[in-house]
Design a protein around this ligand. Structure first.
Ligand SMILES: O=P(O)(O)OC[C@H]1O[C@](O)(COP(=O)(O)O)[C@@H](O)[C@@H]1O
Ligand SMILES: [Mg+2]
Ligand SMILES: [Mg+2]
Length: 338
């Protein structure tokens, strides 16, 4: 019998004591994702393609869909009565809930539209979310309330707008996938107990940055590229979709490793991806599927953030590969100390 997201969350409440307020929040997130999915499906017909003509806190040009998706998320989540603060890639400061909305015990961080460079070419994109507890729920939450390690997350996930719209979720007890039935507008559970194998034969990295990488990353990638004839003794395949949601989605289903290392392009940016609404939720998913996620030097989920929009290097996926490349970083650091 097929289970809807609503029924799945009710089952989690009954079997594992899932907080009904968290259920309400996740339901609001799923409604936001559904609304974004409908916009994406209609593309040019809905007038959602192209640039917005503005830039975000990262100094990146915003696409219309970045702004539209952000507005949809903020509206849905603020009205859930489940949060006391929101953090978005598209908004510089943390957002409080409006006066006419009740305040709840959670904080939510989100990347409303991931893979923005794919929007106008009709390639997979997504939305990513991370839910943290709020120690002192109040209307005027501040940045400091969000500065918690990813280990504190109580739920995390993403929705991918690809050939199908799929919502992928962890509550800290494994990873489950739902597929949106476009005829009824219901998310239906289509995969449970998602696992990432320890070994891998596929990797994802943007090789155009190779000259800027640190030595351990250059070493690791060089060994993968040598294939059967090199120290690894096997051939590896490569993919790069330029949307973290799509890369993680592939890895959750057929394995592999995804990397966006820190590089020397701009020393003020330790990596491209953002810790709180990209790396943390994806790391929680990957760890819950039996994989690993590090900065090359420590588990991503143990990083204590200093700023809400902070960037971080990311190596995630198959545990064997993540452990190997992390080992190369630690060896290299130890060598430099000597
Ligand atoms: O264009 P690059 O440098 O390959 O970067 C791709 C990476 O940037 C991101 O698109 C960043 O996400 P946004 O679209 O939310 O800014 C990741 O999803 C992806 O892995
Ligand atoms: Mg993103
Ligand atoms: Mg984004």
């Amino acid at each position: 019998m097929s289970l809807s997201l609503h029924q799945y969350l009710a089952r989690e409440e009954a079997l594992h004591g899932l907080d009904p307020v968290l259920t309400r929040l996740l339901t609001s997130v799923s409604e936001a994702c559904k609304a974004i999915s409908f916009k994406v499906r209609n593309g040019a017909l809905a007038g959602v393609l192209g640039a917005a003509g503005t830039s975000n806190v990262q100094g990146e040009d915003q696409k219309k869909l970045d702004v539209i998706s952000n507005d949809i998320f903020v509206e849905a989540v603020a009205r859930s009565g489940a949060v006391c603060g929101m953090l978005s890639e598209e908004v510089e400061t943390v957002m409080s809930v409006p006066e006419d909305c009740p305040v709840g015990p959670y904080l939510i961080a989100f990347d409303p539209l991931d893979g923005s460079s794919n929007i106008d070419i009709n390639v997979s994109i997504g939305s990513i979310f991370s839910v943290l507890p709020c120690v002192r729920p109040k209307r005027d939450c501040v940045e400091a309330d969000f500065l918690q390690p990813g280990r504190n997350q109580v739920a995390a996930g993403y929705c991918m707008y690809g050939p199908q719209t799929q919502l992928v979720l962890t509550l800290g007890r494994g990873v489950v996938m739902f597929t949106l039935d476009p005829t009824t507008g219901t998310f239906i559970l289509t995969r449970e107990d998602v696992r990432v194998e320890r070994a891998a034969k596929e990797f994802a990295i943007n090789c155009s940055n190779m000259r800027h990488w640190e030595a351990p990353v250059k070493r690791y990638i060089a060994e993968l590229l040598e294939g059967k004839t090199g120290v690894r003794g096997k051939d590896f395949n490569m993919r790069w979709i330029a949307a973290m949601v799509a890369e993680v989605h592939r890895i959750l289903q057929r394995g592999g490793i995804f990397m966006y290392p820190r590089d020397h392009r701009d020393l003020s940016k330790p990596g491209k991806l953002r810790l709180m609404y990209e790396a943390n939720p994806m790391s929680m998913l990957i760890e819950n599927a039996g994989g690993a996620a590090t900065t090359g030097r420590q588990a991503i989920l143990d990083v204590v953030p200093e700023k809400v929009h902070q960037r971080v290097a990311v190596f995630l996926g198959a545990a064997e590969e993540v452990e190997l490349v992390t080992g190369y970083h630690l060896e290299s650091d130890a060598g430099m100390e000597r």
